[in-house]
Design a protein around this ligand. Sequence first.
Ligand SMILES: [Zn+2]
Length: 126
Amino acid sequence: MPKTYSGSCHCGLIKFEVSADIDHLRECNCSICIRRGALNFRVPEENLTVLTPLENAVLYQWGSETAEDYFCPKCGILPFRKSSQLTKAEIEAGKAPFTGWAVNARCLSGLNISEIPIVKIDGASL
Ligand SMILES: [Zn+2]
């Protein structure tokens, strides 16, 4: 059963609610995730409600500029992101696109991260 969690950046400039059944967390080794140390989980787009104006966040894009990383300009925390769109090769290989949000589990209140299994994602080689 999905649960509704409240989340925010550190200073509260970005607040959100997310409905999710968090059965695992993703630890990714791509260039941005490894620097950030985030543990993410994925939800469909409609499961995340940003309660503060999205413009409160700064959008960071790099490389193919198809991923969307939203971070707080005041406290620097990144609460959620959208993954890169699939490359032509990935689409041809039959990989299913994911259009939802990746949410930083460390930004949720009332979630005990140590009880949730961690799945390692090899984002560095994607
Ligand atoms: Zn903040």
